[in-house]
Ligand binder design. Structure first.
Ligand code: PMP
Length: 395
């Protein structure tokens, strides 16, 4: 019965990590996989997470199932973090999901069953799992122009034009709330206003993938785009992830938030989201959400979390600056100043597949074929080596 099965292609990024593990070069660097790393190349557990876990270990009273929609305390914390005062509480629904990916899958299944006419407009390029998730749920997708021809900036006019000319009223527009993956290119405050106008004009339903809140400019600052959009529409979906900003990758903590026009619509939508969850994984895991709720429920732990988040964000900014400076000093003649305008962990470096290959085989530097680099994978002590290697493949 299984004899006809063909082997699926391996995940391109995870395959690189395996090769990285086997590489004996002492200067090796892994800039491929999208997780935060410290100077030693490790993905650390935040101190505040350890403190919350200690508390949970002492106080947790049951391992009984959570409700289908997850922990109510967590849901309220997520609502405040994402929306602030932008939307009335009774118009929002927050459902805890296994990571941001789980939230996206619930969103996709919800669209397939409840909004069967819609197409999802995704930026080109976007996170590779986006089209895959919508395809698995049977939701049709289209792309809008995002990356300009210089490959270092946003083609806002192209984006707005595609949407104005080709999207149908009621279609879904997928937007990255901040720290666009894979390019690192985000709309400016004014760009968001123009995007919001098209959302209103074309009656688009925004689906905002908010996987990096706090990794760009700050927790509140990173929500500006989302909140601008919400001034121009009374319905939206937001998928949040706490993998990055709490460093809780393996605990699978995320949420799908739905904004409805009124409380009655919100109640109906909640029941449909719950039905989707029930047939996917029944109810979400407790531990990661308990960590987030423990931290956000305690002002001292919250302050500590904000500090630790800020230091991750500052490290990324520092690495971007050092890289640009060090590249300048190599005299390669290539200006990487565009990295300073980008936000989050990722950047489209402009390196070609051949250059990427050479970096791997000659220098033990691992980057995905598209040239996307995880800036957090750089290291201050290996910056000179890294930049000399990049300069040599560019020459
Ligand atoms: N959206 C984007 C754009 C991402 O980059 C990621 C993580 N790579 C996610 C969603 C999902 O994150 P997770 O499921 O790990 O919470």
């Amino acid at each position: 019965r299984f004899s006809h099965l063909e082997t699926a292609p391996p995940d391109a990024i995870l395959g690189l990590s395996e090769a990285f593990g086997a590489d004996s070069n002492p200067n090796k660097l892994n800039l491929s996989v999208g997780v935060y790393k410290d100077e030693t190349g490790k993905t650390p557990i935040l101190e505040v997470v350890k403190a919350a876990e200690k508390k949970i270990l002492e106080e947790e009273a049951t391992k009984g199932y959570l409700p289908i929609e997850g922990s109510p305390e967590y849901a309220e914390d997520v609502r405040k973090l994402v929306f602030g005062d932008a939307v009335a509480q009774d118009r929002t629904v927050v459902v805890q999901t296994p990571g941001g990916t789980g939230g996206l899958r619930v969103a996709a299944d919800f669209m397939r069953t409840q909004l069967p006419q819609v197409k999802v407009w995704m930026p080109n390029p976007t996170w590779a799992n986006h089209p895959a998730i919508f395809m698995s749920s049977g939701v049709p997708t289209e792309t809008y122009r995002y990356l300009a021809d210089d490959r270092t900036s946003l083609d806002l006019d192209g984006m707005l034009q595609t949407l104005r000319e080709s999207a149908s009223a009621g279609d879904v527009i997928l937007l990255h709330g901040c720290c666009h993956n894979p390019t690192g290119i985000d709309p400016s405050g004014d760009d968001w206003k123009q995007i919001a106008q098209v959302v209103e004009e074309k009656k688009l339903l925004p689906l905002i993938d908010f996987a990096y809140q706090g990794f760009g400019d700050g927790i509140e600052q990173d929500a500006v785009g989302l909140r601008t959009i919400l001034q121009h529409t009374d319905e939206a979906l937001v998928c949040s992830s706490f993998s990055k900003n709490f460093g809780l990758y393996s605990e699978r903590v995320g949420a799908i938030c739905l904004v409805a026009a009124d409380a009655e619509n919100a109640t109906a939508a909640r029941s449909q989201l719950k039905r989707t969850v029930r047939t996917n994984y029944s109810n979400p895991p407790r531990h990661g959400a308990s960590i987030v709720a423990t931290i956000l429920g305690d002002p001292q732990l919250t302050a500590q979390w904000k500090e630790e988040l800020e230091s991750m964000r500052q490290r990324i900014t520092r690495l971007r600056e050092q890289f640009v400076q060090t590249m300048k000093s190599t005299g390669s003649g290539h200006d990487f100043g565009f990295l300073l305008r980008q936000r989050g962990m990722f950047s489209y470096s402009g390196l070609t597949p051949m250059q990427v290959d050479e970096l791997k085989s000659k220098y033990g530097i691992y980057i995905v074929g598209s040239g996307r680099i995880n800036v957090a994978g750089m290291s201050e002590s290996k910056m000179q080596y890294f930049c000399d290697s990049v300069a040599s493949v560019l020459s």
